[in-house]
Design a binder for this molecule. Structure first.
Ligand SMILES: [Fe+2]
Length: 429
């Protein structure tokens, strides 16, 4: 199932259309401004995706001369922290757009001429897939920047499909081995490889992500003021950062409002909670008498097919995500109410594992047994063993191209600006 050149070109163009939408929605002044010290100015993300495309597709795969070698250092994410990026002599919005167009023309020409053979960087169109995913990941980051920006709404999208109140409760995942990771997905990144067997005891997992209503019960029960539920680091951070509710929640008498992409509305009880950090997720789980899943538990619940014993690409099978399966790709600018995607459930009946909200797991980011760096250590290996927890499943802001049953995301346990939620597990009594 190697993607052909037409499909690769279509993916590159589809991705660029989203980048354009997110960066044309605001004026130049807002593109240059830093909306949060946690985020780059949008204009940095814009030229950075072009620079990565130049480095990998034009120079590396194509063997062509550089387009703008002089700007490489400005857009190297390891050279400048996000907070320092506004002070750099960045390309302005018009220059950035021109640069992206120049690079894209060359990259498409490289695609046209390259022989897709067994060389690792081009096998299955890998380098092109890596660049599509990279740009899509920045599109999600840019969407998170939009969520942090002050001011009125500039983005809009249709409402997600309705939920189903009958989809609740827990699902039993029987004990035994399953295959975690992949050897065969052509665009899977190094940290998703290799496929390996993991044997797990039986556990119960929530059929749906934790909802706003459930999370509000934790708040109402004094969860933020009770150290019994928090790890010592979590409790310290809760005080240091003054956490009292998910990011973007606003108290309104006895109710909660939520600010989402410039609009304020009542918090919806049946939506998955979003914008909570790992420590908040962990505290909720303990209060509920449960815990967060390990990454392996999450993946087994998402991929393991009890009929065949094999691991699927997605909970619903091997077909790519369609609008009936999952809330992905910024099609809707909110998580969908729980139960909204019956066609996307796993064989065991676990819902909304893909899309809606990234799900925190308790696992520290590491390489799988037999991990090999490919094609560069800065993609994942340099983060192994650091202060990062793995998140799984993608959010409404994640594109299908950058989301699989094996896809691994990671972030610091204090992060809340990302589209992060969670579900819980518990051992069998
Ligand atoms: Fe990047």
């Amino acid at each position: 199932m190697t993607p052909d050149k037409n499909l690769i070109a279509a993916e590159l163009e589809r991705t660029r259309a989203r980048t354009a939408l997110l960066t044309e929605a605001v004026d130049d002044d807002e593109l240059i401004r830093q909306h949060s010290p946690l985020m780059s100015p949008l204009v940095w993300d814009l030229a950075h995706v072009g620079n990565q495309e130049e480095l990998w597709l034009v120079r590396d795969v194509g063997g062509r001369d550089p387009v703008r070698q002089d700007i490489d250092h400005l857009y190297d994410a390891f050279k400048h922290a996000r907070g320092d990026r506004p002070a750099l002599p960045l390309l302005d919005p018009a220059e950035s757009r021109k640069y992206l167009t120049q690079v894209r023309e060359k990259a498409l020409d490289v695609l046209d001429r390259v022989r897709i053979d067994e060389r690792p960087l081009v096998a299955g169109g890998f380098a092109f897939g890596m660049i599509v995913q990279h740009e899509q990941q920045h599109d999600e980051t840019m969407l998170a920047t939009h969520q942090l920006r002050a001011g009125g709404p500039v983005l809009s999208a249709p409402e997600p499909p309705p939920g189903n109140a009958r989809v609740r409760g827990e699902v039993l995942v029987p004990g035994g081995p399953f295959t975690m990771g992949t050897d065969t997905d052509p665009w899977a990144l190094d940290n998703e490889r290799p496929a390996h067997a993991v044997d797990l005891p039986a556990f119960l997992i929530d059929a749906v992500p934790v909802t706003n209503a459930a999370y509000a019960s934790f708040i109402d029960a004094g969860g933020y003021d009770d150290p019994r539920w928090w790890s010592s680091r979590g409790w310290a951070y809760r005080h240091e950062a003054g956490l009292t509710a998910p990011l973007h929640w606003i108290r309104d008498g006895g109710d909660w409002l939520y600010r989402r992409f410039g609009r304020v509305s009542p918090v919806r009880g049946d939506e998955p909670v979003v914008h909570v950090c790992f420590f908040e997720a962990e505290a909720y789980a303990k209060w509920a008498g449960k815990r967060l899943p390990t990454e392996a538990e999450w993946e087994k619940a998402a991929r393991w097919d009890p009929e065949t014993g094999r691991s699927r690409r997605y909970p619903w099978g091997d077909d790519p995500p369609g609008p009936e399966h999952a809330n992905l790709g910024q099609r809707h600018l909110a998580p969908a109410p729980v139960g909204a995607y019956p066609a996307g459930a796993s064989p065991l009946g676990v819902h909304q594992l893909i899309g809606d909200v990234w799900e925190w797991t308790s696992t520290v980011f590491h390489g799988y047994p037999g991990f090999k760096v490919f094609p560069y250590a800065e993609y994942s290996e340099v983060f192994f063993g650091g202060d990062y927890r793995v998140l799984r499943g993608g959010s409404f802001g994640t594109d299908a191209a950058a989301c699989r049953g094996t896809f691994r995301n990671w972030d610091h346990p204090i992060r809340r600006q990302i589209f992060s939620g969670f579900r819980c597990v518990r051992e069998l009594a």
